[in-house]
Ligand binder design. Structure first.
Ligand SMILES: Nc1ncnc2c1ncn2[C@@H]1O[C@H](COP(=O)(O)OP(=O)(O)O)[C@@H](O)[C@H]1O
Ligand SMILES: Cc1ncc(COP(=O)(O)OP(=O)(O)O)c(N)n1
Length: 270
């Protein structure tokens, strides 16, 4: 048995701490995985939106990835914001050499409405990175882009999850229902069947970073050896609780709460 499980995030930054690398590392820590991070872009953003972006050169991205794989085991990894094709190529090549579950959050547009990926690189993400993913976790607009079709009902969500695997080659797909009305229902197609994960909809505007946090929690649980449906079930509980206890911080869409609820909520994993 391992004495520690590692989890790696490859993503952009959020200096306000709610999304991206910062949200992922907080999640890994809360869930008792050893967190590691490789930065794609340094993003100047806060709860109100993105102000500026600096992309790291792809050679430097490669150097960060090799610094990890030449030295440490990677038990599970996730990707978030990858803005351009050059970075996607470097990451795809590296992931092919890593024998660990890979969770892809196909980040395209921030909650604030700002684009986080170049328009012309979206197709590359779908055609070259998505087939490497053990699990892809699109929200509704991301699922619509991948499929080129509208996703408007729960039946559409189930169909989208299955199609993303059979037509585009992901190992499994989790379609998230945060952008729907009513209960917050997500559908997982694991290559064999559909699983449903439901929570009540919490009445809050503080959902900055929920997609990052959810994918990071799934990654941590997969690295610890949970089965995929079990990892999603545990992560759904986690993301629901951090939304329920979210902070009214900042002037926009506030962040989820990984701290104040620690004893009350996280006893389960302490
Ligand atoms: N208001 C809410 N109440 C409860 N769960 C929510 C709420 N908004 C989103 N979720 C859940 O948070 C997770 C992230 O979903 P979603 O918001 O759709 O993705 P993204 O953050 O990538 O846009 C999903 O499990 C979704 O069901
Ligand atoms: C660097 C970075 N990565 C991802 C996001 C997206 O976060 P957010 O806008 O809150 O959307 P979800 O995490 O809820 O999908 C970001 N803003 N910055």
């Amino acid at each position: 048995m391992r004495n520690v499980s590692t989890a790696l995030t490859i993503a952009g930054t959020d200096p306000s701490g709610g999304a991206g690398i910062q949200a992922d590392l907080k999640t890994f820590q809360e869930l008792k995985s050893y967190g590691m991070s490789v930065i794609t872009s340094v993003v100047s953003q806060n709860t109100t939106g993105v102000k500026d972006v600096h992309h790291l050169p792809s050679e430097f991205l490669k150097s960060q990835l090799e610094a990890i794989s030449s030295d440490m085991p990677v038990h599970a990894l996730k990707t978030g914001m990858i803005s351009n094709m050059e970075m996607m190529k470097v990451i795809a090549e590296w992931i092919e050499s890593i024998p660990a579950p890979y969770v892809m959050d196909p980040v395209m547009v921030a909650t604030s409405g700002d684009a986080l990926i170049e328009e012309e690189s979206r197709g590359y993400l779908r055609d070259h990175l998505l087939p490497l993913a053990s699990l892809v976790t699109p929200n509704i607009p991301e699922a619509e882009y991948i499929l080129g079709d509208e996703v408007e009902s729960h039946d559409d969500m189930k169909n989208a999850a299955e199609q993303i695997c059979t037509r585009f080659g992901a190992g499994a797909a989790l379609i998230k229902g945060g952008h729907m009305k009513g209960e917050a229902i997500d559908f997982l197609y694991d290559g064999k069947r559909i699983h449903e994960f439901t929570s009540e909809r919490i009445d809050t505007n503080n959902t900055h970073g929920t997609g990052c946090t959810y994918a990071a929690a799934i990654t941590a649980f997969l690295g610890q050896g949970h089965t995929l449906p079990d990892a999603v079930e545990e992560a759904k509980y986690f993301v629901t609780e951090v939304i329920r206890h979210s902070f009214d911080l900042g002037q926009g869409s506030g962040p989820t709460n990984h701290f104040a609820t620690r004893e009350e909520v996280f006893n389960k994993w302490l």
